[in-house]
Design a protein around this ligand. Structure first.
Ligand code: SF4
Length: 461
C-alpha cells in the first residue's frame, strides 16, 4: 500500500507543469487528496496529517509511516539473517538495489550479498528465506520510486545511479529542489524505528540498539522457534523462518558435502573460508549463550519437581541432580545455584539445545553419543537427518515441551487431512496410516507424562 501511495504521488506530481517550483502547500494538497492516503489511514486506523511532520501536530505523517515500514524491513532482515546493523543499513556497505538475486525463482530460491563486517570485511552471498526476500523486495520498490523522485528533482540532466550504488535505506523525499540531499534511515537514531520498537515491545520498547542485538535475537529465535506461540505466528506470517541454512552450518559444521550451500562455499578462497568459520564461531557463541539460559531454566524446573517436560533427557537431569546431591557443597546450595552448577556440568559434557519441530535434541557435541537413537555405528556420528517424533521418542537426549506436543498435534491433523483424500488401498494411505498411528501414540504418551489434557481427538489412541 505504501508503494502504491508513492506511485500515485509520483504520477500526480509528475503531471504538474513546473515540478521544481512546486510549493510545499501544493505537495501537501496532492497528498491529502490522494486515494493512497485514505487507504493508508484505513489500515492504520488514524489520520495522516501530511507528508512530513508539522511541529504543531501529534498525528502521523507519510514520512513516519515510511520510516516505520523501513524499520520493520530492517528488523526482519537483521534478525532472520543474524546480521549486524551496518551490514544492512550502512549507506555505502549495507544492502543496495543489487544485493538480492534469484537463484531459481521456480523454487523461490534467492541469494543476498551481505557485507561481513568483523571478519571477512567484504561481501559474501547467503541463501535467504521468504521473509527476507519479501522485505528486500519491498525496499527495492521503494528504492526505484526514490530514484524517480530524485530524477524529477534534478531534471533531465540527471543520470540514475547504478543499482549497486543505491542504498536500500534511502527514504523517498518529496522535495523537488535540485540541491536537496537524499535522507537515509538510520535504524538506531530514527524516531520511526523507536516508535516501531515501542509499538512492538510495549513497556520493554525503550531498548538501546546495539550492533550485536540482532544476532542475539536470531539466537533467541533459533532456540525458541518451536516452543513459543508468538514465534509460530511470526513464522506463519513470514511464510517460514530462515534458520535452516545457519543451522546447517552452526550445528553440522562446514565439512558436510553434497548440499548446494556447502558446494558454493567449497569454491571459496582459503581466506573467505577462514572468515566464514570465524563468522560461524561468533554466531555459535550467541546461540550457545541462549541455549545455556534455556538449559538452566529447564534444570531449575526439573529440580523444582515441575513436570513441564517429557522425553528421556529429563531423567538424565534428575540422575545428575542425585549424583551431585552426594556432594555436601551442592546440597548446601539454594535451588538457583544448584541449577547453575548442574547446567555448568551438563555444558562441560557438551549438552546443548538443538531445536526440532517434534522436540529438542540435547545430545552432546563433544561425546560420541553411542546411546543416541540416531547414532550411526558405520559413520561413528549422529545421523540427525533421521530425527523424528518416533526415532527421537526413545532417545536419552530427547526433550519435549507442551509446545512440541502442539506441533505434533498439528502434524497429525495435517496427516489426517491428506489421508482423507488419498485412495484407500494406496501405499501412500498405508504408510500415512501407520505414521499417524505412531504419532498419536507419542502424543498420548507425552501428554500423559506432562499431565496435559488429552483432548477428545487423541484420548482413545
Ligand atoms: S535421536 Fe533425536 S534426540 Fe536422539 S540424538 Fe538423534 S536427533 Fe537427538
Amino acid at each position: 500500500m505504501l508503494v502504491e501511495t508513492f506511485t500515485e504521488l509520483r504520477d500526480q506530481m509528475a503531471s504538474q507543469m513546473a515540478i521544481c517550483e512546486m510549493t510545499p502547500e501544493l505537495r501537501h494538497r496532492i497528498f491529502l487528496g490522494s486515494k493512497g492516503r485514505k487507504r493508508l489511514e484505513e489500515i492504520l486506523g488514524e489520520a495522516l496529517v501530511g507528508i512530513a511532520r508539522n511541529a504543531t501536530s501529534e498525528n502521523k505523517t507519510l514520512r513516519e509511516v515510511t520510516g516505520a515500514v523501513m524499520s520493520a524491513c530492517f528488523s526482519i532482515i537483521a534478525i532472520l539473517n543474524a546480521r549486524r546493523k551496518d551490514e544492512i543499513q550502512h549507506r555505502a556497505l549495507g544492502l543496495n538495489r543489487a544485493s538480492l538475486a534469484p537463484v531459481d525463482q521456480g523454487l523461490a530460491l534467492y541469494q543476498c550479498r551481505f557485507y561481513i563486517e568483523k571478519t571477512h570485511k567484504g561481501y559474501l552471498s547467503f541463501y535467504v528465506g521468504h521473509g527476507t526476500v519479501q522485505a528486500i523486495e519491498l525496499l527495492n520498490r521503494l528504492s526505484d520510486l526514490t530514484q524517480d523522485f530524485v530524477a524529477m528533482a534534478k531534471g533531465p540532466s540527471y543520470s540514475p545511479l547504478e543499482p549497486a550504488q543505491r542504498s536500500l535505506f534511502q527514504i523517498p523525499l518529496l522535495h523537488f529542489r535540485a540541491t536537496d540531499k537524499p535522507a537515509y534511515l538510520k535504524f538506531s537514531t530514527t524516531e520511526a524505528a523507536a516508535d516501531l520498537l515501542r509499538a512492538a515491545l510495549g513497556d520493554h520498547g525503550d531498548v538501546r540498539v546495539s550492533a550485536h542485538m540482532f544476532r542475539r535475537a536470531y539466537a533467541l529465535i533459533f532456540i525458541y522457534r518451536y516452543e513459543h506461540g508468538d514465534l509460530m505466528a511470526l513464522s506463519q506470517q513470514l511464510g517460514h523462518f530462515d534458520l535452516e541454512m545457519t543451522r546447517h552450518y552452526v550445528t553440522d559444521g562446514l565439512l558436510q558435502t553434497g548440499s548446494v550451500t556447502s558446494g558454493s562455499f567449497a569454491q571459496r578462497s582459503p581466506d573467505e573460508f577462514e572468515s566464514w568459520q570465524e563468522e560461524i564461531a561468533d554466531l555459535r557463541k550467541e546461540i550457545h549463550t541462549v541455549s545455556m539460559e534455556r538449559l538452566e531454566a529447564l534444570v531449575g524446573e526439573v529440580i523444582d519437581g515441575k513436570e513441564n517436560y517429557s522425553g528421556i533427557f529429563v531423567n538424565l537431569v534428575k540422575r545428575f541432580h542425585q549424583i551431585h546431591g552426594r556432594s555436601i557443597k551442592y546440597k548446601a546450595m539454594g535451588p538457583e545455584d544448584q541449577a547453575r552448577a548442574l547446567t555448568k556440568s551438563l555444558d562441560e559434557r557438551g549438552h546443548a539445545f538443538v531445536p526440532n519441530r517434534h522436540g529438542s535434541c540435547l545430545a552432546s557435541s563433544t561425546r560420541r553419543n553411542i546411546r543416541a537413537a540416531c547414532y550411526s555405528r558405520a559413520e561413528g556420528v549422529l545421523d540427525r537427518a533421521e530425527a523424528s517424533a518416533h526415532v527421537c521418542g526413545g532417545c536419552p537426549y530427547h526433550l519435549v515441551s507442551q509446545a512440541h506436543v502442539r506441533n505434533l498435534e498439528s502434524d497429525a491433523l495435517g496427516l489426517e487431512l491428506s489421508l482423507a483424500v488419498a485412495p484407500k488401498e494406496s501405499v501412500v494411505h498405508m504408510v500415512g496410516t501407520a505414521k499417524l498411528k505412531n504419532l498419536r501414540r507419542w502424543i498420548h504418551l507425552h501428554k500423559e507424562r506432562m499431565g496435559m489434557n488429552m483432548g477428545q481427538a487423541y484420548a482413545a489412541a
